[in-house]
Ligand binder design. Structure first.
Ligand SMILES: NC(=O)c1ccc[n+]([C@@H]2O[C@H](COP(=O)([O-])OP(=O)(O)OC[C@H]3O[C@@H](n4cnc5c(N)ncnc54)[C@H](O)[C@@H]3O)[C@@H](O)[C@H]2O)c1
Ligand SMILES: O=C(O)C[C@H](O)C(=O)O
Length: 329
């Protein structure tokens, strides 16, 4: 049976994440090996020529699933008929900056893009915001798209989730494939909280296996939360291939479901669960099925976790107040 191609709009297509992302989308890793795709690349006018070069390379791969590439510098055209929107295009931070410092520079990108999604995307559009500060940029885009269900706007914390998996694997000597139910709570920022209290390592409670609160507080949490800065320091540029990989994982999980007995972390509009004020785009543990996600309910939040979740949520509230002040929501 021939399937209708899925329209995937990627903003910032000529950037470093774009370069790591597009070839994997076209080779079937975003949606599945039986799903044809059409790419719609959105750039600013200065980025169009480089995006055309990337499109030539995509052509040269002769990907069987890639059924078309179009390049735009107008969001209204870029998001026309989009089923998936990957909002990557934004300025990355440099050394010594926090992601929140980018709000003034990047916030303005997401309001017109949200409106363009509202007016032109397909009815089933799913949006992932990668450009930083991702959670609050997702809030800006979502606020500009009142006709699209709010839950379709998500922010990427899957990179943090994958980083946490890897760190825990290295600490315990257990492969990542045997680590389940890790959670990133809150903001994709230095205040995020990677939580191992409900995680399992080869079937056993991860916090009990580790049994080292000092490592948790002074090593694991800061290593995961500050990994982006460590990469900028080492590479002289922010993470790109790992960010693209996480974007692929995020959408793949959302569309294709999470396996029984596990969950993933996604930045999503809060419904008030776990004391996170309704409407904030905050990271939660979620399971997915049939293209929809649900927050994992009923987890016992201990004092150690509560304080850290609250601190990250407070930062999200401050970012929301700042973008209100800027007239972006
Ligand atoms: N959420 C995460 O986990 C995560 C991880 C890594 C990077 N990021 C963020 O992703 C963003 C992109 O990173 P990068 O390394 O690819 O940056 P980059 O500078 O290499 O590329 C950004 C691209 O976006 C384009 N762009 C700028 N404004 C645009 C607009 N209005 N419409 C369309 N395109 C636009 C630029 O021309 C450029 O080609 C940054 O904000 C970075 O901080 C987020
Ligand atoms: O840290 C950054 O600024 C880039 C990205 O958000 C990351 O986590 O690697």
């Amino acid at each position: 049976m021939t399937r209708t191609p899925v329209n995937v709009t990627v903003t910032g297509a000529a950037g470093q994440i774009g370069y790591a992302l597009l070839f994997r989308i076209a080779s079937g890793h975003l949606l599945g090996q039986d799903v044809p795709v059409k790419l719609r690349l959105l750039e600013i006018p200065q980025g169009v020529k480089a995006a055309e070069g990337t499109a030539m390379e995509l052509d040269d791969c002769a990907f069987p699933l890639l059924q078309g590439i179009d390049i735009f510098d107008d969001p209204n055209k870029g998001f026309e008929g989009a089923n998936i929107g990957l909002l990557v295009g934004a300025r990355p931070r440099g050394p010594g900056m926090e992601r929140g410092d980018l709000l003034a520079a990047n916030g303005g990108i997401f309001k017109p893009q949200g409106k363009a999604i509202n007016d032109h995307a397909a009815d089933d559009v799913k949006v992932l915001v990668v450009g930083n500060p991702a959670n609050t940029n997702a809030l800006i885009a979502q606020a500009a798209a009142p006709d699209v269900p709010a839950e379709r706007f998500t922010a990427m914390t899957r990179l943090d989730h994958n980083r946490a998996l890897s760190q825990l694997s290295q600490k315990t000597g257990v492969p990542v494939s045997e680590i389940k139910k890790l959670t990133i709570w809150g903001n994709h920022s230095a205040t995020q909280y990677p939580d191992i209290f409900h995680a399992t390592v080869a079937g056993k409670n991860a916090a009990e296996v580790v049994n080292d609160e000092k490592w948790l507080a002074e090593d694991f949490i800061p290593t995961v939360a500050k990994r982006g800065a460590a990469i900028i320091d080492a590479r002289g540029a922010s993470s790109a291939a790992s960010a693209a990989n996480a974007a692929i994982d995020h959408i793949y999980s959302w569309v294709n479901g999470t396996p029984e007995g596990d969950w993933v972390s996604m930045g999503i509009p809060s419904d008030g669960s776990y004391g996170v004020p309704e409407g904030l785009i905050s990271s939660f543990p979620v399971t997915t099925k049939d293209g929809k996600y649900e927050i994992v309910q009923g987890l016992d939040i201990n004092e150690f976790s509560r304080a850290r979740i609250d601190a990250s949520v407070k930062e999200l509230e401050e970012e929301r107040a700042a973008v209100r002040e800027l007239g972006l929501i």
